[in-house]
Design a protein around this ligand. Structure first.
Ligand SMILES: [Zn+2]
Length: 113
């Protein structure tokens, strides 16, 4: 994945929200990252440190909530975790093509002062 571009987006979203709320500084940025995005948290933190220099987000903490991959079986309708990328329903033996979660990638909240 392209962590640099993603981090640029995260930073600009956080800065925009902070500006709208009249913040002086961004203390913390909470992210939701789905397992399926294959985004590496450490890469985001690394790029963030570089990109946020000279902005009000400098030094902000990045908190990542990882969202597991969940798929829904079209036959039995059961939702289960598929973090091992095994999308075949163990009960029905059919492919659970519907991905319920795991593709998330967004700023869930920010803390400002
Ligand atoms: Zn099933």
């Amino acid at each position: 994945m392209h962590e640099l571009g993603i981090t640029e987006n995260i930073l600009s979203i956080a800065l925009e929200q902070a500006q709208q709320r009249g913040a002086q500084r961004i203390l913390k940025i909470r992210l939701k990252i789905g397992e399926m995005t294959a985004v590496v948290d450490e890469c985001i933190r690394f790029y963030f440190e570089i990109l946020s220099k000279d902005t009000m987000a400098a030094g902000a903490e990045i908190e990542v909530e990882n969202v597991p991959i969940k798929v829904k079986c079209p036959k039995c309708g059961k939702t289960r975790e598929a973090s091992d990328y095994n999308f075949i329903c163990p009960q029905c033996g059919v492919l659970s093509a519907e991905i319920v979660s795991g593709r998330e990638l967004y700023v869930s909240s920010i803390e400002i002062e």
